[in-house]
Design a protein around this ligand. Structure first.
Ligand SMILES: *[C@@H]1O[C@H](CO)[C@@H](O)[C@H](O)[C@H]1NC(C)=O
Ligand SMILES: *[C@@H]1O[C@H](CO)[C@@H](O)[C@H](O)[C@H]1NC(C)=O
Ligand SMILES: *[C@@H]1O[C@H](CO)[C@@H](O)[C@H](O)[C@H]1NC(C)=O
Length: 306
């Protein structure tokens, strides 16, 4: 009897000890969303309050390739400095807030070091009298699939931005490339290896998406991406519904049952990006809920079994 109790006690201790490990390896995928382009999306703070996301990208800073950089979240604000407090609210709740670089415009007058300095002073840890998002210090910058022109190079910009990182505060960098191999705009910045996160758009492209109720092509593409040099953490980008992509929609139950269990085993697996046009998102809560609840069930079962 004493031996039995001791064994149970050991098992319970072990289970409790393993709990954080279970939570991080099996539980809810880390998820990414965009915010800023639609008036029906709620405030940034509302998005962060849902507790559904680990990363929120503010979309977009435009016209940065030599014109005058413009923060375009005009559905929400023209003077957006009050958003700074909402960014800090998100950050206090463990959510990283990044600034996404949208349409660069047709200017040609800026180079990587000038733009990095601008981003640092106006959105990151530097100082300027013109801080469009107030004094909040954003966590980083997202590169989108645009051609920034002949003078500005994204790979150089990434190097210049990373150079502002300190041991106290990293400048996080990410990109949102399409899933086919060989992307003219983003390949060189991915190849630097400086991007902390690459969230890949695994839809809208027959050569690398879910099709005909089959995840084969999608998973092959995922593993080509994980074996690519320069990738640190890779995210599976999926559309929220059929309306949000021209092809490649994966129902959440299929993602949960056929895709997540496979891609989770990749050392470079980072999580999931759900593309949902900045508005209501019914997809992310489902993938969070299911996987988190499953882990809780296993732990409860372990707890009662011993
Ligand atoms: C970027 O532009 C500035 C200002 O014109 C110039 O001083 C600097 O040398 C340029 N840097 C590079 C890497 O071209
Ligand atoms: C990085 O920053 C240091 C100073 O902090 C500077 O001396 C160096 O030239 C920068 N390197 C690049 C690639 O910008
Ligand atoms: C998503 O946004 C794009 C660009 O604003 C728009 O063309 C498209 O119709 C939107 N889709 C949905 C489902 O709202």
């Amino acid at each position: 009897m004493a031996g039995y109790l001791r064994a149970s006690f050991l098992a319970l201790t072990l289970a409790l000890f393993m709990l954080p490990f279970f939570k991080s390896s099996l539980a809810c995928p880390n998820t990414v969303t965009y915010w800023g382009q639609h008036d029906n999306a709620g405030s940034l703070k509302d998005i962060c309050k849902t507790n559904n996301y680990e990363y929120v990208n503010i979309a977009y800073l435009k016209n940065y390739a030599g014109g005058s950089p413009t923060l375009d979240i005009s559905y929400h604000c023209r003077d957006c400095s009050y958003i700074g407090a909402e960014i800090e609210y998100c950050q206090e709740n463990g959510i990283k807030v990044l600034l996404s670089l949208g349409d660069p415009g047709s200017g040609t007058g800026t180079n990587a070091s000038q733009l990095a300095q601008y981003l640092w002073n106006n959105f990151l840890g530097g100082e300027s009298s013109d801080r469009p998002l107030g004094n909040a210090i954003l966590d980083g910058i997202v590169f989108e699939d645009f051609n920034p022109g002949t003078v500005l190079k994204f790979d150089e910009l990434a190097k210049e931005l990373k150079n502002y990182s300190t041991t106290d505060k990293n400048v996080y960098l990410a990109a949102f490339p399409p899933c086919h191999e060989g992307d003219y705009n983003l390949d060189s910045v991915i190849d630097t290896g400086l991007l902390d996160y690459v969230w890949v758009k695994f839809y809208d492209d027959a050569c690398c998406e879910y099709a005909n109720n089959n995840a084969g092509i999608l998973l092959n593409s995922w593993f080509r991406w994980t074996s690519r040099t320069g990738i640190n953490l890779l995210f599976m980008g999926v559309p929220e519904s059929e309306k949000h992509a021209s092809s490649g929609y994966i129902p959440p139950q299929v993602l949960i049952n056929q895709v997540l269990p496979v891609i989770k085993s990749s050392l470079k697996y980072g999580g999931v990006l759900v593309w949902h046009n900045f508005s209501s998102d019914s997809y992310t809560p489902q993938i969070k809920d299911y996987t988190c609840k499953n882990v809780e069930n296993i732990l409860t079962w372990l707890g009662t079994a011993i």
